[in-house]
Every structure is written in structure tokens, then in C-alpha cells.
Design a protein around this ligand. Structure first.
Ligand code: NAI
Length: 246
């Protein structure tokens, strides 16, 4: 395995769920992880208690705000001096059928899930170009490929990430930067804990592997894409969904 010791990763929503599993795997490779979070201050503090000694840091900000994204990137650069890996992981859902969805529900989900990935990539791009090195990994969703009843805003934002990924990959391919998407299926985190049990039973019945995925099963693909040896992989979508969508 290539050496990742001393590299720095900014992982949005890195203090819990899939983001936490990503931070754990990267930290185990010697990467200093800067974890973003929005409101979960106590969870963020626990994260710092666990990973602080390995050089980790926490950064509060709303990724739906370009100003916050620029501030967070500057904060991380001031603290660590460099950023090698950006994982656009933070995301939210506001589920309603289109008939009931308000323009505000639409805007909020697109703003956080899609615009946030653009704001952060943009804020970090010059730094990565100057260093001729970078890994950008966008955590999309199986729903971005399949769509879903009650998730038009989320599906549109997650599909939008594919377009952002492919375009930015083409713009940066000759500059040592790779940009890829990962599409998890249904993974055991706070996000899926909010789904009513009856609805979840129906989901599990549709998953060929017959169970939900674990955050670590997504994180290992992110680690693979972040690895310096994955330099010939760019503009791609990696599915981790137990066969739910093929
Ligand atoms: P989670 O709800 O456990 O964690 C979300 C994280 O995002 C939290 O740390 C939160 O602080 C952060 N966050 C939320 N809004 C934010 C904002 N405005 N600004 C900054 N940070 C914000 O979610 P989970 O399940 O770990 O999901 C992580 C990513 O994986 C999301 O993008 C989600 O859409 C995606 N995903 C999750 C699946 C699942 O089954 N859990 C399936 C497919 C994709």
C-alpha cells in the first residue's frame, strides 16, 4: 500500500455515520482528518477526544453556505498547511412527494447536498492545482441512479453530483487531481434510523445481499479512491449497495 502518512483529508459530516467510518479508515493510514460538522457539537467533541492525538481537527460550518465553505477550507489550511483529500460526505434528506414538497424543501436539499460539494471543491481547487495533487470523492447515493418516491429533491441533488464529478474530473485530469463519486445503498446510520421500520423491511426485501450495509463498507471504497496509487481512476461512480441497483 502507498504511504499516506502525513496527508490531510477534509471530510464533511466526518464526526458520525459514514463520514466517521471514512475518518477512521483514513486515520488508520496515518492521514490527519479534518472533520466538518453542522450542529452536532457534542458528537464533534467526542470525535476530537478520540482522534485529536492523531492530529485530527473539527470544523463547524454549514456547507450550504459558500462563505462557510471558504472559511472552513481556510481554517483547515491554516491548521494543517495542506489538504490532499476532500470527501464531500455531508448530506440531508427532506422527504416528501413532489405534490407536497415546497420550493424551500427543494432548495435546502439541493443547496446542502449538491451546491455544498461545488462550493468546497471550488474553494480548494487552486490549492490542489498549485500542488499538482488531489483526491475529491463525492458521496452520492443509489437514489441518484434510481430515483425514489418522496425523494425528488435528494435524487436530483445526488444525480447532480455525477455531472459535477465528471466535469471536474475532465477539468483536472492532467493536473494530478482525481474526482470520483461513491453511491452507497442503504447503510446503518442516523439517516436510515429515521426511516419507519415497516418501510425499512420492504427496502431490505429488495436488497439482493439481504441486509443493510455498514458505514465501514462504504469507507473502504473511499480509502481505495483516496490512495495515491488510484491515480488512473477518475470521473467514475463506485456503487456500494448490496446489489440493490445494477
Ligand atoms: P448522517 O445523517 O449520519 O450524517 C450526516 C452528517 O452531515 C452529519 O455529521 C452532519 O453534521 C452533516 N451535515 C448535515 N447537514 C450539514 C450542513 N448543512 N453542513 C455541514 N454538515 C452537515 O448521514 P450518513 O448516513 O452518514 O450519510 C452520509 C452521506 O452518505 C450523505 O451524503 C448521505 O446522503 C449519503 N448516503 C447515505 C446513505 C445511508 O443509507 N445512510 C445511503 C446513500 C447515501
Amino acid at each position: 500500500m502507498a504511504d499516506m502518512q502525513g496527508q490531510v483529508a477534509l471530510v464533511t459530516g466526518g464526526v458520525r455515520g459514514i463520514g466517521l467510518a471514512i475518518c477512521e479508515r483514513l486515520a488508520a493510514r496515518g492521514v490527519k482528518v479534518a472533520a466538518g460538522y453542522s450542529r452536532d457539537k457534542d458528537t464533534a467533541q467526542r470525535f476530537l477526544d478520540t482522534f485529536g492525538e492523531q492530529g485530527a481537527s473539527i470544523h463547524q460550518g454549514n456547507i450550504g453556505s459558500n462563505d462557510d465553505c471558504e472559511r472552513v477550507v481556510n481554517e483547515v489550511l491554516e491548521k494543517h498547511g495542506q489538504i490532499d483529500i476532500l470527501v464531500n460526505n455531508a448530506g440531508i434528506t427532506i422527504d416528501k412527494t413532489v405534490r407536497r414538497m415546497t420550493p424551500e424543501d427543494w432548495d435546502r436539499v439541493v443547496q446542502v447536498n449538491l451546491s455544498g460539494a461545488f462550493y468546497l471543491s471550488r474553494a480548494l481547487l487552486q490549492h490542489m492545482l498549485d500542488r499538482g495533487n488531489g483526491r475529491i470523492i463525492n458521496i452520492s447515493s443509489v437514489i441518484g441512479s434510481s430515483g425514489n418516491i418522496g425523494q425528488a429533491n435528494y435524487a436530483a441533488a445526488k444525480s447532480g453530483m455525477f455531472g459535477l464529478t465528471m466535469s471536474l474530473a475532465q477539468e483536472t485530469a492532467r493536473k494530478g487531481i482525481t474526482v470520483n463519486s461513491v453511491t452507497p445503498g442503504f447503510i446503518t446510520t442516523d439517516m436510515t434510523a429515521a426511516v419507519p421500520p415497516e418501510a425499512m423491511e420492504k427496502v431490505i426485501a429488495r436488497i439482493p445481499v439481504g441486509r443493510l450495509g455498514e458505514p465501514g463498507e462504504v469507507a473502504r471504497v473511499v480509502e481505495f479512491l483516496a490512495d495515491p496509487e488510484s491515480s488512473y481512476i477518475t470521473g467514475q461512480v463506485y456503487a456500494v449497495n448490496g446489489g440493490l441497483y445494477m
